[in-house]
Design a binder for this molecule. Structure first.
Ligand code: 0XW
Ligand code: MG
Length: 367
C-alpha cells in the first residue's frame, strides 16, 4: 500500500519543574516534531523527533522540519512494505539529517506493524521481555539536593541513576558524586555524565578524586579525539553518547576500543532501523548500552521501549524517556509511563500509541 499523505505537527513540551540543566546547556521548553504518515487505505503511522534544545548536539527543531520538507514530497506514492526502500528514497532526497529521517522511519514501522498485526518490537527482531528498566537522570545541581533526589529515585524503583556533572567547579562535581554514593551505595548502578563539559585535565582530576566509586563515565569531553587521549589514564569505564553521531562513529568507537559502552539516542542514529544495527554491533563486542532519545513524548518513548525490549537484558543499561519531565500524554488511553523505574512494552500492533485527534492542533506542513 502506498503513502497518500504526510502531516507534520509541532508539540511544545515545557520542562516540568522549570529547567533541565546539563553541562552543555539548560533547556526549559522543548520543540517536538511529529509526523503522521497515512496510506491510501487509511492506515496512519506516527513518528517523532525532539532535540533537547539546539546546543546539546548538532540537531535543532527547525532543522528537523526543514529536512522533512526536503524529504516528504518524494515519499508520497511510495510503497510502505519496505523500510529499506524508504531509507533509500530518503537518502536520494537529502544527505545526512538522520535525526529528521528517524521520525519517518519510526512512522513506517508503526504502519508495517499495524498492517501485520504485530508490535514494533517484533519487527525489530522480537522482544526478550515485556518490561524494560529505565534510569533516572538528575540535573546539574548542588551535592545535597542531588543526593536527596538520587535516594528518592532508588526508593521509587530505578535500578540505575545518571548523575549530571560539568559546567561548574570540580569541587562541586566531586562532592556531588561522593554524596550520591553515600546515599545510594550499591542499591543502583551509577553513570556520571559530563555532557561534553570537561577538559581532559578536569576529567583526569575528577576521575582520580572519585577513584573508589564504581560508576561509568559518560561523555566526559567534547570530542572523540579528546576521549581517545584519556584511554589508559582513567579508573572508570568510558561511555560515549553525543559523539555517536552516526553508525560510522559507533563503528569507529567500537573497532578502536574507544568506548566501554554507549548512551544511545534513537533519532541521532537515524531511527529504529539504524539502532537495530548498532544494537547488534554492540552485542558482537558485549558492549552495554542504553536506548534513549534526547527528549520527546509518547511516540518517541514507545519507539525507545520497543527497541529496548529486544536488547539482551544482561547488557542493557536502561531506556531513558522524558516522561518524568513532561506533564500529560499524547495518548491518555495507552500512555508510555515509568512505573517502579520500569516501562511496560506496548503490546498492541505497531507502536501501540496513537495521539488523540486534535492534540497537536493543525499541521504545520502537509504533503
Ligand atoms: C539523560 N538524557 C538521555 C536526557 C537528555 O537528553 C540528556 C541525555 C544524556 O544522557 O545526555
Ligand atoms: Mg548522556
Amino acid at each position: 500500500m502506498r503513502i497518500r499523505s504526510i502531516n507534520v505537527y509541532r508539540a511544545l513540551l515545557p520542562v516540568k519543574g522549570g529547567a533541565y540543566r546539563m553541562a552543555s546547556d539548560t533547556v526549559q521548553n522543548l520543540d517536538s516534531t511529529l509526523v503522521e504518515v497515512t496510506t491510501e487505505d487509511g492506515l496512519t503511522g506516527w513518528g517523532e523527533t525532539c532535540p533537547v534544545g539546539p546546543v546539546y548536539q548538532a540537531h535543532h527543531a527547525l532543522g528537523a522540519r526543514a529536512a522533512i520538507a526536503e524529504i516528504a514530497p518524494g515519499l508520497i506514492g511510495e510503497q510502505t512494505q519496505s523500510v529499506r526502500h524508504l531509507a533509500k528514497r530518503m537518502d536520494e532526497r537529502l544527505t545526512g539529517h538522520g535525526y529528521a529521517k528517524a521520525a519517518l522511519d519510526i512512522a513506517l514501522l508503526d504502519i508495517i506493524g499495524q498492517r501485520l498485526g504485530v508490535p514494533v518490537s517484533t519487527l525489530l527482531g522480537g522482544a526478550l521481555t515485556d518490561r524494560v528498566p529505565s534510569y533516572y537522570s538528575t540535573i546539574v545541581g548542588t551535592p545535597d539536593e542531588t543526593a536527596r533526589i538520587a535516594a528518592d529515585k532508588v526508593k521509587a524503583g530505578y535500578p540505575r541513576l545518571q548523575i549530571k556533572i560539568g559546567g561548574h567547579n570540580l569541587e562541586q562535581d566531586v562532592a556531588t558524586v561522593h554524596k550520591v554514593w553515600e546515599a545510594v551505595g550499591f542499591k543502583a548502578r551509577l553513570a556520571v555524565d559530563g555532557n561534553r563539559g570537561l577538559t581532559v585535565v578536569s576529567a583526569l582530576h575528577f576521575d582520580r578524586l572519585c577513584q573508589s566509586i564504581p560508576f561509568v563515565f559518560e561523555q566526559p569531553c567534547n570530542s572523540m579525539e579528546e576521549i581517545v587521549t584519556l584511554k589508559g589514564r582513567l579508573t572508570h569505564p568510558v561511555y560515549l553518547d553525543e559523539n555517536t553521531e552516526d553508525l560510522n562513529a559507533v563503528l569507529r568507537a567500537i573497532s578502536a576500543g574507544i568506548a566501554d559502552g554507549f548512551g544511545l539516542k534513537v533519532t541521532r542514529l537515524g531511527g529504529l532501523t539504524k539502532m537495530m544495527i548498532v544494537r547488534d554491533m554492540c552485542s558482537i563486542r558485549s558492549l552495554p548500552h542504553t536506548c534513549d532519545d534526547a527528549w520527546g513524548g509518547d511516540i518517541i518513548a514507545a519507539a525507545c521501549t520497543h527497541l529496548a525490549s529486544t536488547v539482551e537484558p544482561s547488557r542493557f543499561e536502561g531506556a531513558w524517556i522524558a516522561q518524568e519531565y513532561i506533564d500529560g500524554h499524547y495518548d491518555n488511553t495507552n500512555p508510555v509511563v515509568i512505573e517502579n523505574g520500569h516501562i511496560a512494552v506496548p503490546q498492541r500492533p505497531g507502536l501501540g500509541v496513537k495521539p488523540e485527534a486534535g492534540v497537536f492542533g493543525a499541521p504545520v506542513a502537509s504533503y
